[in-house]
Design a protein around this ligand. Structure first.
Ligand code: R5P
Length: 259
């Protein structure tokens, strides 16, 4: 792996623990003003000190995040559809030149395996990998799930492995039963989990714990942090579980402490 690629990856995945807590706030690209992100800067900026990286669109970044931030940016580069339409109908919505201009540490797009536009979304990933390899920028592939897709290890393993085969450097997928099989399907490519819809804090911490225990290197979590009644307590708790190997109860204690 080339130096620039390694350097960017080590800004996201801690060389000390081998783990990472990414904060995902890119939801607006298809959901519009998502609960908790209407005033994105007010929600996100206080959380930044506790995140290892920020997953965001270029528009949100330029509007709400101060350029003085030292947090690595994972730039959401696919979109072109909304919750009102077929979600898999994505194109690349930013250029790699712009990713370089904003000093992105990684670039990302969604891949909809089984979706109506599966092929185009795989082609989007392939294009990002080609450009990422050229400029030393790692690519995070998101295994997006359509409305009727089963979120089981067979499906998520299939989707994640396809992203590995296309050349992604990090896989973001959903937690499921037998998650170890999904991680194993990815070989040496690191896996992080999305948080999904807001659930109880203890449940979300349990999911993070179980994912790490099954071999994931971290989380790329959004709603379960920024929609929590105590977002700072929650991200600190997630950090403790991911980086320090804390138990769910210990993490939950941290969450409650700061409430
Ligand atoms: C969805 O495709 C978005 O990219 C989000 O970044 C992703 O779903 C993670 O956020 P959450 O933890 O809210 O699911």
């Amino acid at each position: 792996m080339q130096w620039g690629m390694k350097n960017r990856l080590s800004r996201i995945i801690s060389p000390k623990t081998g783990k990472c807590v990414m904060l995902a706030v890119d939801h607006g690209y298809f959901q519009g003003p998502t609960t908790g992100l209407r005033e994105l800067g007010k929600t996100v900026n206080p959380l930044l000190p506790y995140a290892d990286a920020l997953m965001i669109t270029r528009g949100a970044l330029r509007n709400w995040i101060p350029p003085e931030t030292d947090k690595p940016i994972i730039l959401r580069m696919s979109g072109g559809t909304s919750i009102l339409k077929e979600l898999s109908n994505e194109v690349l919505t930013s250029s790699v030149t712009d990713a370089i201009r904003i000093n992105a540490s990684a670039i990302t797009c969604s891949v909809f395996i089984g979706g109506e536009h599966e092929k185009e979304t795989i082609a989007n990933l392939a294009e990002l990998v080609d450009k990422g390899e050229k400029y030393g920028i790692p690519v995070l592939a998101v295994t997006a799930v359509g409305k009727d897709m089963a979120r089981d290890s067979r499906y998520l393993g299939l989707a994640s492995r396809i992203c590995v085969e296309i050349g992604a450097h990090i896989i973001k997928t959903y937690y499921c039963d037998n998650f170890k099989e999904v991680v194993e399907a990815c070989g040496n490519v690191p896996v992080v989990i999305a948080g999904g819809k807001k659930i109880e804090e203890k449940e979300a911490l349990q999911m993070a714990r179980d994912a790490i225990d099954a071999g994931a290197i971290g989380v790329d979590m959004g709603r379960n942090i920024f929609q929590s009644s105590n977002p700072i307590g929650m991200i600190k708790a997630v950090r403790a579980v991911v980086h320090e190997g804390k138990s769910v109860d210990e993490g939950f204690g941290i969450y409650k402490e700061k409430k």
